[in-house]
Design a protein around this ligand. Structure first.
Ligand code: IUR
Length: 363
């Protein structure tokens, strides 16, 4: 068996439809990180994958190699499972701000590494940036202290984690190769593996406000993510949720933080936002071994919300990362107000569909 060695050879093989082996993909990823593979070669590789696709094994190899390309976090002696949620992005999606403290209140630990807005969709990090003093880019030490103290911390990508994805993503962004299912799969899952998770639930948005407008595309992406997560040894689940309309009542960074606080304190809970949050949090509790089934998971989530325990975890998280300790009691004192606000009246039907893993097929 010959091992193809140079980047040019590997790109040619992929271009011509061959399947790359684990060690070949690992070598390419090492070259992406140390700079020995040029921008032009990374772009050509991404385009070859865009047109040729990857087998499930190739995608799992790429995911593993990328996840080990920088620091890999570990969480010794926390006393609970390390859990996270990923969303493919939507409009008005403030689920992370609610779900992380809910799961923390239920005994999980949530080191959530979030992104900035992508295209027309909002980013959790931009929302948190509206909280005065909140450190969205702490070093790994402060991040770990916050997770220990609050049970959850939502922060931005650090320079130390998954440098291969940072370079590959930047090149995909300018070479029309973002929307490749295996590249999206490896990009998302490599970052989750590097965060040292025990289990992950994914919210795959479907509809006119999502990157996957059709049910078919969203299902293919969900199945790819679940298959490769399984191969990479990460327990994972996926829900398809409606993004044909705004989630909740508000869109806009400070307004969404305000809505998340009102939700946590019970002041106002829009029913679609409630349905999506409870379904994702409950699935995550089951995946993490903190609930036996969906009934027990949903009950634990409702209890964390109703008792104020989730709101208290949110306060601990904000405080641990430098935000105001009285944000939940007095949000109007700290959050900017939009000069113009428009009411959104969502339709409440059919918001969540569970994805069942099929056993066969590539990513
Ligand atoms: N989010 C990621 O982390 N990676 C991707 O490729 C996309 C969204 I698209």
């Amino acid at each position: 068996m010959t091992i193809r060695t140079t980047a040019a050879e590997l790109i040619r093989e992929k271009r011509d439809g061959a399947t790359l082996r684990e060690e070949e993909i690992a070598r390419l990823v090492a070259g992406i990180v140390d700079g020995s593979v040029s921008d032009g070669q990374v772009a050509a590789f991404a385009m070859a994958v865009y047109f040729r696709g990857m087998t499930r094994e190739e995608c799992a190899s790429l995911t593993r190699a990328m996840s080990r390309s920088g620091a890999v976090l570990d969480w010794p002696d926390l006393g609970g499972p390390i859990l996270d949620k990923h969303s493919t992005g939507g409009v008005g999606d403030k689920v992370s701000l609610i779900l992380a403290p809910v799961v923390a209140a239920c005994g999980g630990f949530v080191p959530m590494i979030s992104g900035r807005s992508l295209g027309h969709t909002g980013g959790t990090l931009d929302k948190l940036g509206s909280i005065p003093g909140y450190d969205t880019t702490p070093d790994v030490g402060r991040f770990q202290v916050a997770v220990r103290a609050a049970g959850c911390a939502i922060v931005g990508q650090t320079a130390a984690l998954v440098p291969a994805d940072r370079r590959l993503y930047a090149i995909r962004d300018v070479t029309a190769t973002v929307d490749s299912i295996p590249l999206i799969t490896a990009s998302i899952l490599s970052k989750k593996l590097a965060a040292g998770l025990d289990a992950l639930v994914m919210d795959i948005k479907v509809g006119s406000g999502a990157f996957a407008p059709s049910l078919e595309t969203a299902t293919v992406l969900a199945e790819s993510l679940l298959a490769v997560a399984e191969d990479a040894g990460l327990r994972a689940g996926a829900l398809l949720t409606d993004m044909a309309q705004v989630l909740g009542h508000h869109v806009g960074n400070a307004l969404e933080v305000r809505e998340a606080i009102d939700f946590l304190t019970g002041k106002k809970r829009e029913s679609r936002l409630h349905a999506v949050t409870v379904a994702l949090a409950s699935d995550l509790l089951v995946l993490g071994g903190l609930a036996r089934d969906d009934v027990e998971g949903s009950a634990a989530v409702e209890k964390a919300l109703g008792s104020g325990a989730a709101a208290e975890r949110f306060t601990r998280m904000v405080t641990a990362l430098g935000g105001p300790p009285d944000l939940v009691e007095r949000p109007e004192r700290h959050l900017a107000r939009a000069p113009v606000e428009l009411a959104v009246v969502p339709d409440v039907a059919g918001v969540v569909t569970r994805v069942r893993r099929r056993r066969s097929g590539g990513p």
